[in-house]
Design a protein around this ligand. Structure first.
Ligand SMILES: C[S@@+](CC[C@H](N)C(=O)[O-])C[C@H]1O[C@@H](n2cnc3c(N)ncnc32)[C@H](O)[C@@H]1O
Length: 267
């Protein structure tokens, strides 16, 4: 905030956020005060938050793997648990110079950008999403990292020149079973597009389609990584195996994260 606020503002903002049900009211108040340029803007941000908008949409960014990733309203907010997928992917990046990384179903592009940063060397980064709002947002994040973002259905818009060259295909696809969307927190249900959440009857429709196409993009020794839930893990593993990939599951108890990892069989 450029204009000074009265000293009692932090506690007053926190108290109002708390009364609206924000659990981390003090931290959120601090972030809103930092982000607002004027008291009027702060009041507007507070109202949006108290009306249930995700904090990240109000601020315009989310913290992911230590980075500030731009997140526009209507775009899926990258989750902290997905940092586990990035750790797994980074550990699987071989010694290849300038590895090719593809972030499918990229939303804000957080995964691609975080993986590019974690790689610790130049990478060739590509991302794609079907939703124009996500693509616009991803371009703001992926562009400065030197990557390209495409709009279209799954791998449809990827350049053919990537075939057989991809070291990491990260795909945080929608994986909530359709019948369970109603049980998600209201922030997700009301402020994230259904297409970003709904994975079909058993939650695996999109993953099956990604897995079916993965082998044609992956380099020898390349990997597909996709987040899933603990409960869906064995079905997700079977979906990758059905697509001809050698599959396994990795879990983090700390982040309550489950990732299914596949690679073409070594011949
Ligand atoms: C769970 S969100 C993940 C976004 C981002 N990867 C992240 O973790 O922050 C799923 C994303 O998949 C996209 N999506 C859903 N169906 C798609 C499809 N058929 N083709 C491309 N993208 C799709 C949605 O628009 C949404 O951005």
């Amino acid at each position: 905030m450029t204009a000074p606020l009265p000293a009692q503002s932090l506690s007053a903002v926190a108290a109002r956020l708390r009364s609206a049900g924000c659990v981390f009211a003090e931290d959120e108040a601090r972030l809103l005060i930092e982000a607002a340029q004027t008291p009027a803007e702060l009041a507007a941000m507070e109202r949006q938050r108290m009306a249930g908008q995700p904090l990240e949409h109000v601020l315009g960014w989310a913290e992911f793997c230590g980075l500030r990733v731009a997140v526009d309203p209507g775009v899926f907010v990258p989750r902290r648990r997905t940092e586990f997928l990035i750790g797994q992917a980074a550990s699987l990046l071989g010694p290849v110079p300038r590895p090719v990384i593809v972030d499918l179903c990229c939303g804000s592009g957080a995964l691609g950008v975080a993986l590019a940063a974690a790689a610790g060397r130049p990478v060739e980064l590509h991302a794609a999403d079907v939703d124009p709002a996500a693509v616009r947002c991803a371009r703001r994040n992926v562009g400065p990292a030197g990557g390209q973002v495409y709009q279209g259905d799954l791998d449809g818009p990827l350049p053919a020149g990537l075939r057989g060259r991809v070291a990491i295909l990260a795909a945080n696809v929608p994986y909530v079973p359709s019948g369970e969307i109603g049980f998600l927190p209201p922030e997700a249900r009301a402020h994230e597009p259904r297409a970003a959440l709904d994975g079909g009857a058993d939650g695996l429709d999109v993953l099956r389609r990604v897995a079916a196409g993965a082998a044609r993009w992956l380099a020898p020794g390349g990997y597909l990584l996709s987040e899933t839930s603990e409960r869906q893990a064995s079905l997700a593993e079977a979906a990758l195996a059905a697509a001809g990939l050698t599959a396994r599951v990795a879990r983090s108890a700390d982040l309550e994260a489950t990732v299914v990892i596949g690679r073409p069989p070594v011949s």
